[in-house]
Design a protein around this ligand. Structure first.
Ligand SMILES: *[C@@H]1O[C@H](CO)[C@@H](O)[C@H](O)[C@H]1NC(C)=O
Ligand SMILES: *[C@@H]1O[C@H](CO)[C@@H](O)[C@H](O)[C@H]1NC(C)=O
Length: 402
């Protein structure tokens, strides 16, 4: 006997394909979205489910596809915050699997160390000038480390640089080092990682010109090194030629840093290049705040919040990366909303999800993998209540669930 679902399912999936995403909203929700493609020109983006984040101001999502887990930072401004973890079930269903109390002001987290690079989690706390680390799974216990930063006085941008403000935490391509751009102190903080204990040891920091305000970072490795480091993960020799790209929120630039792996247990950074997000290296309009930065193959992208270049919408910049890691400006395209705080490129490299914070929408934009070009919006969905400019409301993070 012919079972109807065996017969019809392949036919149906030949016509329509689906991809999924998670988007967090500062009101305290994690939203599971489904993008359905019924033809090359017909896409629809819908909200499949919504789950409470288990904390007050969910600001950041780390998605672990292999481990079927999601980790959610809490930006709550006063008191303490709650880092939550979720396990992912059928149809993207989220079940809270752990939580810990952290310092307030959590704006980013990343997995690091352990056998597979997922044994521990590091958290940047903007508001409280701190970096906290925990062993996974989260079991309600105390941090392994809670590193507090101080500054002698205000920085060159006194209102924004009143104190150290770590804004991101991420590991280098070898998994041996953790980096933390500090927007308040104009420092890229560098730690070496003990892969067994998760303990971080401070390395000499990289100092930036006063008023730069580094926010987020992303690594690029030359194609040959990227290939061999997958085979020989952890081998510093495989990381030669690596470039660190940083989005500078206060100077509204992106910078490339050459990364060296000398013997002695610490990496060093040398400033290689700085560009604005605009054609001819022209300055950002008043009020712009460069936000997120991502690398895909030999292309770099920054999101440029509140530049209103596609008025009322903001913009995304595409840069190309040469074989030696130098960047050139290529194109400026719409963010299809305002305050693009977050964006994520899918693995195939043919779609980009942009999370516009204030308009509280997720825009799906087509990308041409060979040229890196963003060629227009294919779908767009409002998630929860719209925000107000400069407030911590609206959409905070979006990630492809793949
Ligand atoms: C581009 O402009 C930035 C900001 O003014 C400046 O720091 C940088 O040196 C300029 N880059 C080039 C290549 O002119
Ligand atoms: C801004 O983005 C919205 C959402 O996609 C779109 O409907 C609108 O046409 C865009 N406006 C401009 C001027 O690009």
């Amino acid at each position: 006997m012919l079972h109807s679902h065996h017969f019809f399912l392949p036919l149906f999936s030949g016509l329509a394909t689906a991809a999924n995403l998670y988007a967090s909203h500062y009101s305290g929700t994690i939203n599971y979205l489904t993008l359905t493609k019924s033809s090359d020109t017909a896409y629809s983006l819908t909200q499949t489910s919504s789950t409470r984040s288990g904390n007050q101001l969910p600001s950041w999502l780390t998605y672990d596809g292999e481990g079927k887990a999601l980790y959610v930072s809490d930006e709550v401004f006063v008191g303490s915050g709650t880092l939550t973890s979720f396990s992912i079930g059928a149809n993207g269903a989220l079940t809270q699997s752990g939580k810990v109390t952290t310092p307030a002001g959590g704006v980013a987290n990343c997995l690091y160390a352990g056998a597979n690079g997922k044994g521990f989690i590091a958290n940047a706390h903007y508001q409280t000038s701190a970096l906290s680390t925990f062993k996974l799974p989260l079991n309600g216990g105390q941090p392994i480390q809670n590193i507090k930063y101080t500054m002698a006085g205000r920085g060159a941008n006194p209102s924004r640089q009143d104190a150290p403000h770590p804004h991101h935490a991420f590991v280098d391509p070898t998994g041996g080092y953790l980096l933390v751009p500090d927007l308040g102190a104009d420092i890229i903080r560098i730690y070496s990682i003990d892969k067994t204990s998760g303990q971080l040891t401070e390395c000499p920091n990289a100092k930036l010109p006063p008023g730069t305000g580094p926010r987020h970072g992303a690594f690029w490795a030359p194609p040959s090194a990227a290939k061999s480091s997958r085979v020989r993960r952890g081998n510093a020799a495989a990381a030669e030629g690596t470039i660190l790209f940083i989005a500078n929120e206060l100077s509204n630039t992106v910078s490339g840093w050459s990364v060296a792996y000398p013997s002695g247990g610490c990496i060093t950074l040398a400033l290689k290049q700085t560009l604005t997000p605009y054609s001819g290296n022209s300055s950002a309009p008043m009020g712009t705040k460069v936000g997120e930065i991502k690398v895909k193959d030999n292309f770099l992208y920054s999101s440029n919040r509140n530049d209103k270049k596609f008025d009322p919408n903001d913009s995304i910049t595409q840069y190309s990366i040469s074989s030696t890691g130098s960047i050139s400006w290529v194109d400026l395209t719409s963010s299809y909303g305002t305050y693009p705080r977050t964006f994520d490129i899918n693995k195939a490299g043919d779609l980009v999800a942009i999370g516009d914070q204030t308009t509280a929408n997720v825009a799906i934009v087509r990308r041409v993998p060979a040229t890196g070009k963003l060629t227009g919006q294919v779908a767009n969905l409002r998630i929860g209540a719209a925000g107000t400019p400069e407030n911590e409301d609206g959409v905070s993070a979006v990630v492809w669930a793949e």
